[in-house]
Design a protein around this ligand. Sequence first.
Ligand code: FAD
Length: 404
Amino acid sequence: MSQQVEVDVAVVGAGPVGGTLALRLAEAGMSVAVLDRAALPPMEHPDFDGRAYAVALASQRVMAAAGVWDALPMEPGPIREIRVSDGRPGRPASPLFLHFDVGELAGTEAEGAIEAFGWMVEARSLRMALNARLSAHPRVRVFAPATAAVERTANGARLALTDGTIISARLVAAAEGRTSPLREAAGIGVTRLAYRQHGVVCAIAHEHPHEGVALEHFLPPGPFAQLPLAPGPAGENLSALVWTERPEVAKALMTCTAGRLVAEIERRMGGHLGRIRLVGRRWSYPLSLLHAHRYHDTRLVLVGDAAHGMHPIAGQGLNVGFQDVGVLAEMLAGATDPGNRDLLAAYQRRRRPAVIRMLAATDALDRLFSNDNPKVRLARDLGLAAVHRLPTLKRFFMRQAMGI
Ligand SMILES: Cc1cc2nc3c(=O)[nH]c(=O)nc-3n(C[C@H](O)[C@H](O)[C@H](O)COP(=O)(O)OP(=O)(O)OC[C@H]3O[C@@H](n4cnc5c(N)ncnc54)[C@H](O)[C@@H]3O)c2cc1C
């Protein structure tokens, strides 16, 4: 049955960024409509998305303020140590590795004890928490599956849904991910850079505990990361793997037998976790960089991957999206008109420099480390060793990893 709905903000895309933004705004007292082109419950299925996000401390705070953190049905896995090494498959990692231990920050933070750099949160767990909170929140209306024809004028936006529902909003937030139709309709251009790399993602169970250590092993085709997950239902030691490969190698890894894949993992990771086995299925994502030339238009604002997408080398894509949420929610909370042009321009001014820095950093890291030239290898190994020996620089990197 067709209906008329009037809200402060309509969020298009109920993914990790859009869903969290909707809840954060609702918590601040705003009325919100959130719509997704897909039905929400199937996104909770284990086969929908194999990613586990490294969620930095600053993002955890955004999730907590949106009421999402405490609603996670699966325990997040804390990251207490990060080891970075430079190597080649089948050979020992460079001895000049970087080692960050959260204990080294003890006594340096005014806000008190910090127990982890961040947490591993499974995409599925995040979706379950978001979907449950979105449908239960009294100030949020969910429309999914639904697509909308959106008209925007200086006075407001009108979203005509396929089922006949008309939503009037003062602001539309585009959170539809990288392909954002709203961004395209607004004529906002993007800079794109395709990496000739795919990110292969899977989970493993292993004999020895990971002790909260995340490992980033830089190899010529790209980084190989082992990230500590919380124990499985039967107490199994679990880790998520994200590793970057050339497209043809990624394709072979996706189709080879489980035994062959485990052998390839061991070749890259070494044997420190003991016997390992594959858990669940594997995924492969083509990697690219994307940056929107503007983050706003009339009564429209871009958040998350709709505004920026980056290489997963530092596990920062979603974290940068959560920063958008934190800043935008703070700016909209006290505003009389959430779609005010000056306010949206101020949001762009606040977010752009930090986003560009992160896009540049992830791109530079990928170029620096996905390189087998002996001189480049020597320079970066010396760089890693220098950071390792300089406590101030080391603390700087640790704070960056936490997003604070
Ligand atoms: C291999 C890999 C590993 C990663 N690891 C990490 C990590 O460890 N830490 C981290 O911070 N980031 C990580 N990222 C990045 C992270 O996955 C993205 O930044 C994040 O998913 C972006 O969230 P989003 O909500 O903006 O977009 P999306 O996750 O793309 O969600 C978009 C939503 O919008 C909906 N939608 C799309 N089009 C429409 C439409 N027309 N109308 C309505 N709804 C629509 C979709 O159904 C979806 O629900 C990784 C990425 C990759 C590829």
